[in-house]
Ligand binder design. Structure first.
Ligand SMILES: Nc1ncnc2c1ncn2[C@@H]1O[C@H](COP(=O)(O)OP(=O)(O)OP(=O)(O)O)[C@@H](O)[C@H]1O
Ligand SMILES: [Mg+2]
Length: 367
């Protein structure tokens, strides 16, 4: 599927298959085309080329109200003059269902979203989170095959976002229909989705489970967007076996990496290692049956934040190779403890070779 606005491409060759009943998230930075994609699924705008299937039916020719999908927008589009009850009942009244049936249905969905105590309030008497729940109930009462949610939590504060996110997840489990959820918040995406499509500049870069996109991002944009990284570059100089290769980096020296992709001698590669995968110690790490990379580093900053500390180090003491290391405090943290690494100290940074991942490979000079 493709879409341009005034000759400017906004979506390029979008090709997605979303499974029935799936919680599918479209994740990407502001302006990458998420809402445009959702509006095309909903039928508010048409793609320049391509098709959209719901099951086996191409729904491209159908107007929004004939598509079996409902949308929840970023801003609550509730009727301000109607109560919670009447907002939710609205679609059923249009369908002219018998009063008893409407009452039973509305009651069911009000309970589903936890608003039983607020049925007679008007939208301006509700909190943002409660308004968004009305919007969810109002969309679900139409029994759509697909629910589209365009950043439904973005107007809420952090705590409330988290609570409502868990509730949306529970509602999804309860109703069992397909949810297509849009967000630019990677934490939200990772915590709620069955699968995530990561978008940038109108392109889908990777589709996978939360663990797949986090642990094995397809390129450095995805790696960066989904969390914190330490990147280093190098040239492949030799192979350990079929799984591991050695690279040379001017500051780090020789580092062993796992080959997630096929590599040749002389290839220039970029590797990422997440800060939580790095370990820091005053003493040389013990031998294990894993392949360890061990590099000396200088700690130039430590930020203690209760459950963890963030260490900012210079690898080999070189300011041109700053790394971040996140250390969880699973046991009581005592800054007097002699094992604790602190400012202006030298320490060993080490990591299992298979914990890094390749984010870029460029073929070397012809051999
Ligand atoms: N009707 C339109 N006419 C012209 N350009 C548009 C139109 N709608 C969207 N665009 C442009 O298309 C691009 C993608 O917009 P879109 O709203 O899909 O982004 P988004 O990923 O939803 O961003 P956000 O996270 O900020 O909501 C933007 O550059 C936007 O300016
Ligand atoms: Mg948007």
């Amino acid at each position: 599927m493709n879409k341009s606005f005034d000759g400017v491409p906004v979506l390029n060759n979008i090709n997605l298959t979303i499974e029935d009943g799936e919680f599918f998230t479209i994740l990407g930075p502001s302006g990458c085309g998420k809402t445009t994609l959702l509006r095309m699924i909903a039928g508010f705008i048409a793609p320049d080329s391509g098709a959209i299937y719901l099951g086996s039916e191409n729904i491209l020719g159908l107007p929004p109200n004939k598509r079996n999908v409902n949308t929840i927008f970023q801003k609550y589009a509730l009727f301000p003059h109607l109560t919670v009850y009447e907002n939710i009942a609205f679609a059923l009244r249009i369908k002219k269902l018998p009063e008893k049936e409407i009452r039973d249905e509305v009651k069911k969905y009000i309970e589903l979203v936890g608003l039983s105590e607020h049925v007679h309030k008007k939208p301006n008497q509700l909190s943002g989170g409660q308004q968004q729940r009305v919007a969810i109930a109002r969309a679900l009462i139409n029994k759509p095959g697909v629910l589209l949610l365009d950043e439904p939590l973005s107007a809420l504060d952090a705590k409330l976002r988290q609570n409502l996110l868990i509730e949306i997840d529970n509602i999804h489990d309860e109703v069992g229909i397909t949810f297509i959820f849009i967000t630019h918040d990677q934490q939200e995406a990772l915590s709620i989705s069955d699968r995530i499509a990561v978008m940038n500049s109108g392109n889908i870069l990777q589709v996978g489970t939360p663990a797949e996109v986090y642990e094995a991002p397809s390129d450095s944009f995805v790696a960066d967007f989904l969390g914190e990284n330490n990147f280093f570059d190098g040239v492949i100089t030799s192979f350990v076996d079929e799984r591991f290769a050695r690279l040379q980096n001017p500051i780090l020296g020789e580092v062993v990496i796992e080959m997630d992709k096929a590599l040749s001698l002389g290839d220039h590669v970029r590797v990422s290692i997440r800060p939580e995968k790095l370990k820091l110690s005053k003493v040389q790490p013990p031998q294990t049956d894993k392949i360890l990379n061990v590099v000396k580093a200088f700690v130039h900053e430590v930020i203690y934040s209760g459950f963890q500390s963030k260490y900012f180090v210079w690898m080999e003491g070189d300011k041109n190779m700053p790394f971040k290391i996140f250390k969880q405090h699973a046991i009581y943290f005592d800054e007097e403890d002699e094992d604790v690494v602190w400012w202006d100290e030298e320490a060993y940074v080490y990591w299992d070779a298979d914990d890094g991942f390749l984010v870029e490979v460029n073929a070397g000079e012809a051999k």
